[in-house]
Ligand binder design. Structure first.
Ligand code: NAD
Length: 525
């Protein structure tokens, strides 16, 4: 059974399959490079109208789009589940609910977050000057997401872009094109002007064409390899990019942690979405004294999970997205076996099911030199390693090219926060795991190879605007001392600037006043 998208040569068509059943979900266009360029050009035209809209108008559109989603929540969740393989319930809890929250937040708060801000300019203010920052939209924002959260990631980014006054072209993953088209349909039904939110379907070639078409920003979510290609291609037009890339996220469990909670969090964090979250728990480090107890609890909970076609409301673990992805999991698990780790449960495809199902797998005796502890697995595996000291735990967690998220489990909150700040990752939770992408109010992004830039939160909104500095001289009566022509008096004044004015002290600067006056008189002659 092939459960991946195929490009039908000559037909310019992508076929989307359900990875749990192999059934066809639908067919979409493989958009050509010419059509993508046309979409970007159209988007730029619409931008010149959209940028003039009020925040109230933008808010009305986004709130209406929320209503459209709420009115067909189950239908959308079934589509997400069918294209991605994830459980229907998870499509609601991890995609629809968080993005609805993000939508209301930015609809209501974008105006305040983007309000012009005055800046303190120190002693220049004494000279009658003032400065403020005004935020302008960028133009066309190209959004190229992965398949694992095909609804919430591109939709959340689109909403933030629109609220900031930009227009949007989305190129959904070739594995989930119908969910991408659904986003366009939602905005159309909410009354968005034609061309405000466009969706161009296709595979990597369509994504490359979108980058080539030189939008004003690229918001990319995907692998490190593709992220590098996009950064390189975008550089040709100096298009700035936000890169949300892979992860190998560690969970550290200290001996004083609530082990019951830590076990539940590890199972959810490693196995939800079949482990295909960028912030999945991919490595668990537990204090050696509690390793056996925690492992037992994790294995017990894993045994109780029902795996199956995502449509069932009692299904906890769905299918994986593609044959390619399941092959990586098999490869990593084989490497664990061969390197001396122990498979406690799982470790194989689920032979009772027809689609792309891999059993949730718990692995002990893992070490950082094993491949599955270094490369992103992106599957339902939970390798467990032990540590003895706080320093060792931090060192093991940081021993990775990635740095997206991490979690620290302890009842000692001071220790939790201390350790969290030493972990090299964009988001670190204490006694929580994985879910902070769902808090749209907070910045999201990685350290190291996990990415560049941020989505979500104020920091994410700032990626979608260009700040403009407006500087005003309210007492424009005299020439500035640094103007031409220069002279010995000028140079002496500049020395005074360096010595006194640049100290930031008003008392020091007072010493400069006679010399400053001399210089101004010289300029006014
Ligand atoms: P991918 O890199 O294969 O594809 C991502 C997107 O890029 C797809 O839409 C694809 O069509 C497009 N693409 C491919 N080649 C392109 C090119 N040359 N130019 C432009 N676009 C191109 O990634 P994937 O397999 O879809 O996603 C899995 C990866 O995404 C994992 O590494 C995961 O960790 C990461 N991810 C990161 C985050 C995050 O927030 N950091 C979130 C979700 C997923």
């Amino acid at each position: 059974m092939s459960a991946v998208i195929e490009v039908k040569e000559g037909q310019d068509e992508l076929v989307s399959y359900d990875p749990a059943t192999g059934a066809e979900v639908g067919r979409v266009k493989q958009t050509s490079a010419k059509e993508v360029a046309e979409a970007v050009a159209r988007s730029r035209e619409v931008f010149h109208l959209w940028k003039k809209t009020s925040f109230a108008d933008r808010k009305a559109l986004v709130m209406k789009a929320r209503e459209v989603i709420l009115a067909e929540m189950d239908e959308i969740a079934h589509l997400i589940s069918a294209e991605s393989g994830k459980p229907f319930g998870e499509a609601i809890s991890m995609e629809i609910a968080p993005v609805l929250d993000l939508m209301q937040y930015f609809a209501r708060k974008a105006e305040k977050l983007l309000k012009p801000k005055s800046i303190s300019i120190g002693l220049y203010a004494l000279l009658g000057r003032s400065s403020k920052i005004v935020y302008h939209p960028l133009g066309v924002v190209g959004i190229i997401p992965a398949w694992n959260y095909p609804f919430s990631i591109p939709l959340g980014e689109a909403v933030m872009a629109l609220m900031a006054g930009n227009t949007v072209v989305i190129k959904p993953s070739e594995l989930t094109p119908l969910v991408g088209l659904k986003i366009g349909e939602i905005f159309a039904r909410a009354g968005a002007p034609d061309g405000l939110v466009q969706v161009v379907t296709g595979d990597g070639r369509t994504g490359a064409a979108l980058v080539e078409a030189a939008p004003d920003k690229i918001m990319f979510t995907g692998s490190v390899a593709t992220g590098k290609k996009i950064a390189e291609a975008a550089a040709k037009n100096l298009t700035s990019v936000v890169l949300e890339l892979g992860g190998k996220d560690p969970m550290i469990v200290f001996e004083d942690a609530n082990l019951e909670l830590a076990a539940g969090a590890a199972v959810w964090g490693a196995f939800c979405n079949s482990g295909q979250s960028c912030s999945s728990v991919e490595r668990l480090y537990v204090h050696e004294k509690v390793a056996d107890v925690l492992t037992r609890k994790i294995v017990e909970r894993t045994k109780a999970l029902k795996q199956g076609v995502g449509d069932g409301e009692d299904v906890s673990i769905g299918a994986m997205s593609s044959e390619r992805q399941i092959a990586i999991v098999e490869d990593h698990v084989e490497d664990f076996r061969a390197s001396g780790a122990r498979i406690e449960i799982g470790g194989t495809r689920n032979r009772d099911l027809e689609g792309l199902f891999y059993e949730p797998t718990v692995i002990t005796n893992a070490h950082n030199d094993m491949r599955g502890m270094r490369e992103e697995t992106f599957g339902p595996t939970l390798p467990i390693a032990t540590f003895r000291t706080e320093e060792e735990a931090i060192k093991l967690a940081n021993d990775s090219e990635f740095g997206l998220t991490a979690s620290v489990w302890t009842r000692d909150y001071a220790k939790g926060k201390r350790v969290a700040e030493k972990i090299e990752a964009g988001s670190v939770c204490v006694n929580e795991v994985l879910y902070t992408h769902g808090i749209g109010q907070t910045p999201w992004g990685g350290f190291k190879n996990s990415g560049r830039g941020r989505t979500h939160g104020r920091e994410g909104l700032m990626e979608l605007v260009q700040p403009q500095h407006i500087h005003v001289n309210r007492v424009a009566l005299l020439p500035d001392a640094w103007w031409l022509p220069y002279s010995p008096i000028a140079v002496q004044t500049f020395r005074g600037f360096a010595r006194y004015f640049a100290s930031g002290s008003i008392f020091q600067t007072a010493k400069l006043l006679p010399q400053l006056w001399k210089r101004i008189r010289e300029l006014m002659k």
